[in-house]
Write a protein that binds this ligand. Sequence first.
Ligand code: ADP
Ligand code: ADP
Length: 225
Amino acid sequence: EPVLELRGIEKVYLRGEAGEVRVLDGAECRLTPGEMVALVAPSGAGKSTLLHIAGLLDTADAGTVAIGGTDYTTASDRRRTVARRRDVGFVYQFHHLLPEFSALENVVLPQLANGVPRAEARTRAEELLDRVGILPRATHRPAALSGGEQQRVAFCRALANAPRLLLADEPTGNLDPATSETVFDALTRLVRETGLAALIATHNLDLAARMDRVLVLREGRLVPQ
Ligand code: ADP
Ligand code: ADP
């Protein structure tokens, strides 16, 4: 069964004098477990809007959103929030790690919020940080880490609660090409080892080409490249 299934997604924004802007116009996709899919489009094409709808942060004007075979299109806010916290991990261009906490704590805290006992949460956090080569830096606060290290911690935090779906919005957008490669390799390892599905918006066509598939967002639709 697909991890994520979007069908006929439409989204219209009202923009004052400019009237309606139809950002998504029949967008569809289907992600299966273990798949890494690139989402490519120019700025302003609607990538963030699509990721927010897929991650149950925003609602579409039409179409359906299913995660793990469950349709959330008309679900209550409460059910959508529960599903988002359990099934979806987010990564952004800027890491949004909590500055007062260590890298380790940043990966532990979302698990505590989900009711995982501290010892178990710590073990899982250490495993995740180890897989991306950051364990030796685990006690440092984000400010003491490089940009690439911060993003690797952000991936670990996104995966802390073992989601089915990872949604990433320009996760290497703020990094130089060499660091982007390192961060992407770490992400690939995490996706391959956990079997989750990842939809990754990127402007980096070299990285996009290394994923399983590329979807181009064009005129509000997702077109296979
Ligand atoms: P991308 O992530 O591809 O840059 P976005 O999804 O952020 O694109 O935005 C797509 C278009 O929708 C842009 O033109 C943007 O200005 C517009 N937009 C995004 N959010 C809103 C909003 N809340 N209200 C009005 N327009 C919006
Ligand atoms: P929390 O458990 O911190 O309350 P939420 O359930 O509100 O988290 O959100 C889960 C994830 O969704 C967060 O990790 C965050 O990255 C993302 N998120 C929440 N709200 C927004 C938002 N308005 N814009 C972008 N991402 C958000």
